[in-house]
Design a protein around this ligand. Structure first.
Ligand SMILES: [Zn+2]
Ligand SMILES: [Zn+2]
Length: 263
């Protein structure tokens, strides 16, 4: 299995996972044209895509969904409540191949890849994180959640790679020019993961087996890549001092990783 992040953050999210017999895009948060271009830039012909899987209906995750799904003709896996919330016009809905609806804890099989949706606390209709497993290799993609409940931590256990939200620094958010209501939303239990909560999870609830950790969905205004990375490194070093975390922890820029991570 290998994966790359094509886009990360409030301007758009998309993660491409490829195995021997499948290629799946988790979220389609850029325009279809931009997504196709970034796949091509990554050396991946868009026509090779097997399916699109959607975490939730926020615009930064579905912006290019309709156009990309119709252009490529691939099945779209989505929760029923999420699909309703898209409120697609008839012309944007027609021609999309909707796959069997997603449900929490019910794995879907695409080629040699098993994807399991995990319910997460976020202000959306039916938001999911995912684990992706193929040939005994496991990747977890966990973004857009206010905190990490025990059942999410349990699902992430044993993963070889982890894409984990590090949305904001609490002090930067508090001091930012965002309207009060928006700050409350982001910081709430149904909002986005702070560096503190990300670091707490890595220190207290993470088994430390992963060979690749990518911090994702960083706020450009209320976070800084080095702040997020330092918070993660401090936690991981405190818990598992024997590992070389410098080489394991990376931060996804808004424009994506620009390279593949092989597992
Ligand atoms: Zn998001
Ligand atoms: Zn969201």
């Amino acid at each position: 299995m290998r994966f790359t992040i094509l886009a990360s953050g409030s301007a758009g999210n998309a993660t491409l996972i490829e195995t021997a017999r499948a290629a799946v895009l988790i979220d389609a948060g850029l325009s279809a044209r931009a997504l196709a271009q970034r796949m091509t830039d990554a050396g991946f012909p868009p026509a090779r895509l097997s399916a699109i899987v959607i975490t939730h209906e926020h615009a930064d995750h579905v912006g290019g969904l309709s156009a990309l799904a119709r252009r490529l003709g691939v099945p779209v896996f989505i929760a029923p409540a999420t699909r309703r919330q898209l409120r697609l016009k008839e012309k944007d809905e027609s021609g999309i191949r909707w796959a069997d609806p997603l449900a929490a804890e019910q794995p879907i099989i695409i080629g040699d890849l098993a994807l399991t949706p995990i319910a997460v606390p976020h202000d959306a209709a039916e938001p999911f994180a995912f684990t992706a497993t193929a040939a005994n290799v496991k990747l977890a993609v966990v973004t857009d959640l206010g905190y990490i409940p025990a059942h999410v931590a349990a699902r992430v256990a044993g993963c070889h790679a982890l894409v984990l939200e590090a949305n904001h620094d609490r002090d930067l958010l508090r001091a930012s020019a965002y309207p009060w209501a928006l700050k409350q939303r982001i910081a709430s239990r149904l909002g986005h993961l702070s560096n503190d909560e990300m670091a707490r999870f890595l220190r207290e609830d993470f088994d430390g087996n992963a060979s690749c950790i990518v911090l994702a969905h960083l706020s450009q205004r209320n976070n800084h890549p080095e702040l997020a990375r330092l918070a993660a490194l401090q936690s991981l070093r405190a818990r598992h001092p024997q590992r070389d975390w410098e080489s394991i922890v990376a931060v996804a820029p808004p424009a994506g990783l620009g390279s593949w991570r092989a597992l």
